[in-house]
Design a protein around this ligand. Structure first.
Ligand SMILES: [Zn+2]
Ligand SMILES: [Zn+2]
Length: 375
């Protein structure tokens, strides 16, 4: 660089970029891969080149209107990549492999200070305005990330460094499905050795719950889904039984738990009907952990006497009640060392152009996680 050229501490990698991204133009509109313009990383921000991004059910809920969203919207919030550019005041080096964090904690609010960063008061809005489409329309990003794209520009605190050399399609899942599923079992529910568990809904999160319950020493692990096609996957992931979610379900669960019901039920769908089902599968004094994110107007009704008499606990697990900055590196080390194998969770890898078809498969309940890989 000659002395005549402008020098900044961020260098030429900090320029605005145009990248390909999966965009929803409206609720239930056809998803398309479009070129979008992202700004240069500002102070405290980084640009990350995405290497792999999962297609999560929450993206589908954004695209189909179950969750309130603003459009045009870049989908995606579960991804891994490499730092490609930095704004002023960023310590991370270009080339650092990272996992994206869709709920970066402020570390200053009441919840952060009491050690519950997953409930941070400054938590990211469902959609955050940033960048623009190629025709100049202001763009929004899912959970401040918009990770189903060739690159993202995000705050430095929304990235978590991981070791180099991890399989990208598995590392991507650490940022949502795996952190959520593992945390629900370890942090929220605290499943103990010898306990019985039911997992309702066998998508990426449900399967992560299932494998973690197995690792936690649960001895009865009942996998529940509406799709018979999930049976082999569930058994391979560590379920002791697969049960169809039909009107015989409560009976089938009681037949496997000395008529009591399970110690822990995990609801991994996000619907009133499945929350009620999980409630009914749980023993007196047991715990129901709601992991799925449902719609605002989907009301769960429980009998007042039932609530009292059953002595069950009903609570949710937001982002696995986890601190991603602390727990993603632990999971990444487990993945690197072979203690954690996420191969079963990855149904297949696809190019960005095939992401719309993956949303269709997700809507039909096919497979676990479809992961978009980029060069
Ligand atoms: Zn997700
Ligand atoms: Zn906070």
């Amino acid at each position: 660089m000659s002395a005549a050229e402008p020098t900044t501490e961020t260098g030429p990698t900090s320029a605005p970029v145009t990248v390909r991204a999966l965009v929803a133009r409206g609720s239930d509109a056809e998803l398309r891969v479009e070129r979008v313009r992202l700004p240069a990383p500002g102070p405290g921000e980084v640009r990350v080149t995405i290497t792999a991004a999962g297609v999560c059910h929450s993206d589908l809920s954004m695209a189909n209107g179950t969750l309130a969203a603003r459009f045009p919207l870049v989908l995606g919030h579960e991804a891994t990549g490499v730092v490609a550019g930095t704004g002023p005041g960023v310590d991370l080096a270009v080339g650092t492999p990272v996992v994206l964090n869709w709920a970066p904690a402020c570390r200053a609010c009441w919840w952060c200070r009491r050690g519950e960063p997953w409930l941070c008061a400054a938590t990211t809005a469902p959609t955050v305005p940033r960048g623009e489409t190629e025709d100049g329309v202001p763009l929004h990003l899912t959970l401040g990330l918009g990770a189903l794209a060739e690159a993202v520009v995000v705050p430095e605190r929304a990235v978590i460094p991981i070791p180099a050399g991890l399989p990208a399609e598995q590392a991507a899942l650490l940022g949502c499905a795996v952190l959520t599923g593992v945390g629900a079992v370890r942090n929220t529910a605290g499943v103990a050795p010898g306990e019985s568990v039911a997992v309702v809904g066998l998508g990426g999160v449900g399967l992560a719950v299932l494998t973690t319950a197995r690792r936690a020493g649960a001895t009865t692990i009942l996998a529940v889904d509406v799709a018979e096609a999930k049976r082999d996957l569930a058994l391979a992931a560590g379920a002791t039984d697969f049960l169809l979610a039909d009107d015989r379900l409560s009976k089938e669960v009681r037949a496997r738990t000395e008529s009591r019901g399970v110690d822990h039920a995990f609801e991994c769908v996000g619907r009133a009907a499945t929350i009620r089902a999980a409630w009914r599968l749980t023993r007196r004094g047991g715990a129901v952990t709601v992991v799925g994110m449902g719609a605002k107007d989907d009301m769960v009704s429980l009998g007042a006497l039932d609530i009292f008499h059953s002595a069950r606990t009903l609570r949710s697990s937001v982002y696995g009640s986890s601190d991603p900055d602390r727990e993603v590196p632990v999971l990444a080390a487990e993945l690197a060392g072979g203690a954690l194998d996420l191969g079963l969770l990855v149904s297949g890898t696809i190019p960005l152009d095939e992401a719309p078809a993956a949303f269709d498969r997700l809507a039909r309940g096919e497979g676990a996680r479809w992961v978009v890989t980029l060069d």
